[in-house]
Design a protein around this ligand. Structure first.
Ligand SMILES: Cc1ncc(C[n+]2csc(CCOP(=O)(O)OP(=O)(O)O)c2C)c(N)n1
Ligand code: SF4
Length: 274
C-alpha cells in the first residue's frame, strides 16, 4: 500500500512554494516518515522554524506549528519545551538560520542538553534571500556575496554540535533518504538535544552559480562529498579535506536532560516553601 503522507500535511497548502528540484522536500518527507514510524500524535508535537526557504515547512505540516523570527527558532522551542516538557519539540532550519544568526542558540541548546530535535537542511547558501554565502558554503564556491569564490573556511556543523555537547548527532545527504529518515527518527526518540544535519541542495541559488544547476547532478555532487564514518576512520586528514563524515556520529545517554533537571530544582524549591 502507498505511504500516506497526508496524515501530517495541511494538504490545502499544497502546491508548495519551493523551486523544482529543491532538496527541502526530501527532508520534509523523511521527517513525515519518522513521525509516522514513531506514531506520534500530532497534538503532542510542536514543530518550530525560523525564517528561510526551509522554514516554510511548518506552513505545510499539520500539527502545532510555529514560524518564528530568523535564527530564533531554538529560543522559541526552548520556551515551549520548558512550559510543556511532555511535548515532542522538533525544530527545522537552514544552515544560515541555524548556524549563522542562530549559531549562539545552537551551542547553548547543545550545552544544556534540552530534549529538542533540530534538523538542519544544509544547502550551503542563503536560499530565500538571493544566494548569499553562509557558514557552510564550501571554500571557492560562488555565492552572490562571494562572486570570486568563498574565502572563509566553512563550519562542520556536526563537529560544532558535538563540541557544544549535543548528545545525538548524525549527518546524511538527501541522496540517502532512508538513512536520513532513520537518523531523524532515532534523534527524535532520543532524550536530549539531537542534531541531524541533512546535506541538501539549492539548485537555484547555489547550483546555478556553481555550474550545478541540474538538481540530480547537484544531488550527486553533495552525495559524493559525504564519506561514511567507517570509511573516514581509515582515511588521512588530508584525504578528508573538503569532505564531510556521514552516519551516526554521537549517541550518548549518560548526560542529564535539561527539563528534568529543571523540574528537580522546582520540586526542591516547592519543598523549601512548605
Ligand atoms: C533578523 C533578520 N535578518 C535577516 C533576515 C533576512 N533573511 C531571511 S531568510 C535569510 C537566510 C536564509 O538562509 P538559510 O537559513 O540558509 O535558509 P534557506 O533559505 O537556504 O533554506 C535571511 C538572511 C531576516 N528575515 N531577519
Ligand atoms: S531558492 Fe533554493 S532552497 Fe529556496 S526553494 Fe529555491 S531551490 Fe529551494
Amino acid at each position: 500500500m502507498a505511504f500516506n503522507y497526508d496524515e501530517y500535511v495541511r494538504t490545502e497548502t499544497i502546491p508548495h512554494m519551493w523551486c523544482p528540484g529543491c532538496g527541502i522536500g526530501i527532508v520534509m518527507k523523511a521527517i513525515i516518515r519518522a513521525f509516522t514510524a514513531l506514531q506520534w500524535d500530532k497534538n503532542d508535537i510542536a514543530f518550530v522554524s525560523g525564517i528561510g526557504c526551509t522554514s516554510r515547512m511548518p506552513g505545510y505540516m499539520d500539527m502545532n506549528t510555529l514560524h518564528t523570527t530568523h535564527g530564533r527558532a531554538l529560543a522559541f522551542a526552548t520556551g515551549i519545551k520548558l512550559a510543556h516538557p511532555e511535548k515532542h519539540v522538533v525544530v527545522v532550519g537552514g544552515d544560515g538560520d541555524a548556524t549563522a544568526i542562530g549559531g549562539n542558540h545552537l551551542i547553548h541548546a547543545a550545552r544544556r542538553n534540552i530534549d529538542i530535535t533540530l534538523i538542519i537542511n544544509d544547502n550551503n547558501i542563503y536560499g530565500m534571500t538571493g544566494g548569499q554565502y553562509s557558514p557552510t558554503t564550501p571554500a571557492h564556491m560562488i555565492a552572490s556575496t562571494a562572486p570570486y569564490g568563498m574565502v572563509e573556511p566553512n563550519f562542520d556543523i556536526a563537529r560544532l554540535a558535538m563540541g557544544a555537547g549535543a548528545t545525538y548527532v548524525a549527518r546524511e545527504t538527501i541522496a540517502k533518504g532512508i538513512m536520513l529518515e532513520k537518523y531523524i527518527r532515532t534523534g527524535m526518540a532520543h532524550k536530549g538535544f539531537s542534531v541531524i544535519v541533512a546535506e541538501s541542495t539549492c539548485p537555484i541559488q547555489f547550483g546555478r552559480r556553481n555550474r550545478l544547476a541540474d538538481p540530480v547532478e547537484l544531488m550527486h555532487w553533495v552525495r559524493d562529498h559525504g564519506v561514511p564514518k567507517t570509511k573516514a576512520a581509515k582515511m588521512e586528514p588530508d584525504e578528508l579535506q573538503g569532505k564531510f563524515v556521514t552516519g551516526e556520529l554521537v549517541r550518548d545517554d549518560s548526560r542529564p536532560e535539561f527539563t528534568e533537571v529543571y523540574q528537580q530544582i522546582i520540586d526542591q524549591a516547592m519543598k523549601k516553601g512548605d
